[in-house]
Design a protein around this ligand. Structure first.
Ligand code: ACO
Length: 430
């Protein structure tokens, strides 16, 4: 053991080995702590807790670095495609030409969902939030592919479920939107690329030819790449926890979708646009909202600002901010919300409250402006995030299962009542 820390508890010394990652990150291995000392660690929100080692994604929040399997996010966003990145994340390497072609073909051939699933759609009221519909339907896939419940599937059988998920999520996501609109559902078209097909299922009208704008297709592909993984965040950790009980891949991914839905996680992209709309509707007084976000008596927060791990500009936000101007220009769209977002960012980044707390725009701050320009409605923003994050969740799940990690089961320090006698109802004073 080359590096270690010493813990002295009640006069006795314990050795805690130090684990070092390939990027020189250090962690204390406390796996024997309770057995040796009777102590557990307390860390609400897991701010200092590593749940596992992982070879998928590296991020350095202080320096604003994000890499998938060693490749810089900036390079992947510029040169790669979403399905190539999905393969990279899940299987660890960039595919060669033949492998990528087969991967794309397999996904294309599994985009249809079972017709009986349409009956489930019929049961959702039009007021259903598409994230709830998506999570329910992804979980329902277990009913249509029941062998997914077997925790000892062969690699080939597991790969087929992975392909099904990647293929069917866009169909289910677009149908969740169509259900909300009360429109007829569009079926997938095998001649289209992954992103073109999704846009077709979202926006094509049965009576018209539909040709998605290449600018929109390209921007969507980039956005999906930027969202594809982010190591042990709330939803990835959820996927791993659920998967650690050997629940099916579909159940674990449905759990991840639910975790992503919250406004402190993926739900922030919807909240950002609603916040910008509110600022715009109230005359664009950016300063007032910055003051409100600083006021500890107010529950208002600058949505799309701050991050658990980035204490520097989120590298994804930097790319999306650049893409925003580009996409809006190419589409000939001018959006006052983009001006407000930029003004808000400028005001916050000059303000000592945000500077001292190292609060910078995160991935959600500008993504909504691009989605709006593409015609994607606000309540679908988090669904778009889920579509992008899917390969990351699958990669995290697969790595967890391949490493044969034990079931996730945290400890606690109990602070409730100690043992007390049961008093029958009639004898209780209150
Ligand atoms: N606006 C105003 N103040 C903020 C904000 C914000 N957006 N974010 C953090 N702060 C303040 C907190 O009030 C706290 O101040 P204090 O030290 O005076 O108490 C300090 O900054 C630290 O914030 P925490 O909430 O303790 O940080 P944590 O790491 O737990 O939370 C989070 C991170 C949830 C992302 C937070 O910054 C936030 O709520 N941001 C807005 C929601 C958002 O954009 N979420 C998307 C995150 S990216 C993603 O999940 C894809």
């Amino acid at each position: 053991m080359s590096r270690y820390a010493e813990l002295i508890f009640e006069g006795k010394k314990y050795i805690l080995p130090v684990v070092e990652g390939t990027e020189k990150e250090l962690g204390l291995d406390i796996s024997k702590l309770r057995d040796e000392t009777g102590l557990i660690t307390l860390d609400a929100g897991f701010k200092n807790t590593g749940s596992n080692t992982s070879a998928i994604t590296f991020l350095d929040g202080e320096l604003g670095i994000l890499r998938y399997r060693g490749y810089a996010i900036e390079e992947l966003a510029e040169k790669s495609t979403f399905l190539e990145v999905a393969h990279l994340l899940i299987y660890g390497e960039l595919p060669n030409k033949a492998t990528l072609s087969n991967f794309q073909k397999d996904i294309t051939m599994h985009t249809l969902v079972h017709e009986d699933m349409r009956k489930i759609f019929d049961g959702f009221p039009a007021s259903s939030h598409p994230m709830g519909v998506l999570a329910s339907l992804v979980c329902a896939l277990t009913a249509f592919y029941p062998n997914a419940l077997d925790p000892n599937l062969s690699p080939a059988e597991t790969d087929l479920h992975i392909i099904r998920l990647l293929a069917k999520m866009p169909t289910l996501a677009a149908w969740a939107y169509k259900n909300e609109m009360g429109h007829p559902l569009n079926y997938p078209k095998n001649s289209l690329s992954y992103c073109e097909n999704f846009l077709q299922m979202m926006f094509a009208y049965p009576t018209e030819d539909f040709h998605p704008d290449p600018v929109v297709v390209d921007a969507l592909d980039k956005l999906l790449i930027l969202h594809a993984d982010h190591e042990q965040n709330c939803s990835a950790a959820t996927v791993r926890v659920v998967g650690s009980s050997h629940a099916s891949l579909y159940s674990a991914i449905a759990a991840g979708i639910n975790a992503l839905w919250g406004p402190l996680h993926g739900g922030a992209n919807q909240e950002v646009i609603e916040m910008l709309q509110e600022i715009h509707a109230n005359g664009g007084n950016v300063k007032k909202y910055v003051e409100m976000a600083k006021d500890k008596n107010s529950t208002f927060r600058l949505m799309g600002f701050g991050h658990r791990v980035y204490k520097n500009y989120d590298p994804r936000a930097k790319i999306i901010k650049g893409a925003c101007d580009n996409v809006l220009n190419k589409l000939g769209v001018s959006d006052p919300l983009l001006d407000i977002a930029k003004e808000l960012e400028e005001a916050a980044l000059k303000d000592s409250y945000f500077v001292e707390r190292k609060l910078y725009p995160n991935v959600d701050f500008y993504s909504g402006v691009i989605y709006r320009a593409m015609g994607i409605p606000t309540e679908m923003f988090t669904v778009m995030f889920a579509l992008g994050r899917l390969p990351g969740w699958i990669a995290q799940w697969r790595e967890m299962r391949q490493m044969k990690l034990p079931i996730s089961r945290p400890r606690q320090i109990y602070t409730g009542a100690t043992l007390r006698p049961y008093v029958p109802m009639g004898n209780r004073e209150k």
